[in-house]
Design a protein around this ligand. Structure first.
Ligand code: ZN
Length: 263
């Protein structure tokens, strides 16, 4: 698959993405033209009320059951409309079926831009989840690999698990009625927090995974010393994206091959 242009959509409620920096990174690494756009659903605002309705239908209400479409209430639709027009309202985490969400995005992109050589990468603060038939429950996802591809900033924070000790400590402190903030301080730096400045570096790795998937069919790497590592733990995520912050030799070779005729 060849890409002639990447359309990169911002999530203005998460300025830590640093969208211009992410755009420069993709342009440089993949040798491709990048156009930065505002928030996806604001960019295609002609259909706000229709999109708000569809987004409301893609919400998950039962984590233990596969997706089931339901008719949203008018309040739910208004909430979605507000999330498109007012970027600051981000206090509640709402979960969406990742594939439904992806489909809404795909349906919104006009035909002239829905060509295989045009890659759409959407950053969103909405938490995308996918149902797993292995353990019969939904899991948060940081990235939905496809074209259009979705990167969920909430997914980056919530999907890879925090250290085991964090959950154990949380539980113990709750049982004993102790202060949770003190415990959170103890683990500071071992996992990503909301509005963490580290996000701008970490999101580059997820962008690479989305692009590798589209270009090669393989988004992930087995090695923790590679930005394509599919981290299930926050510590591994920080290791791959911040400490290593590079591709492994094998994936660097693949990328060199992809960009070899680049001027
Ligand atoms: Zn690799």
């Amino acid at each position: 698959m060849k890409i002639s242009k990447v359309f990169l959509y911002d999530e203005p409620s998460v300025p830590e993405i640093n969208i211009n920096e992410l755009g420069r990174f993709i342009k440089e690494k993949f040798c491709v033209e990048v156009e930065i756009r505002e928030q996806f659903f604001s960019f295609f605002k002609d259909s706000t009320s229709k999109i708000a309705y569809e987004l409301a239908t893609s919400k998950i209400f039962n984590l233990l059951a596969p997706f089931e479409k339901r008719t949203p209430t008018s309040e739910e639709i208004i909430l979605e409309e507000n999330s498109i027009t007012n970027f600051t309202n981000t206090s509640n985490i709402v979960m969406y079926d990742g594939f439904e969400f992806r489909q809404i995005v795909a349906n919104t992109i006009p035909e002239i831009e829905s060509r295989p050589d045009k890659f759409h990468l959407i950053c969103t603060n909405k938490l995308t989840c996918t149902y797993d038939y292995e353990d019969y429950r939904y899991h948060g996802r940081a990235v939905i690999c496809s074209n259009p591809a979705i990167i969920s900033t909430t997914g980056i924070i919530e999907a890879p698990a925090k250290p085991r000790e964090y959950y154990l400590g949380m539980f113990e402190n709750m049982v004993q009625g102790l202060n949770l903030d003190m415990m959170k301080n103890q683990f500071k730096g071992k996992y990503l927090e909301y509005h963490d400045v580290k996000l701008s570096e970490i999101i580059k790795g997820y962008a690479m995974q989305a692009l590798f998937y589209y270009l090669t069919g393989q988004p992930f790497c087995e090695s923790k010393d590679c930005r394509l590592y599919n981290a299930h733990w926050q510590e591994d995520l920080l290791h791959s994206q911040l400490t290593v912050s590079n591709l492994c030799n094998q994936h660097q070779k693949i990328l060199d091959e992809i960009t070899k005729n680049c001027e």
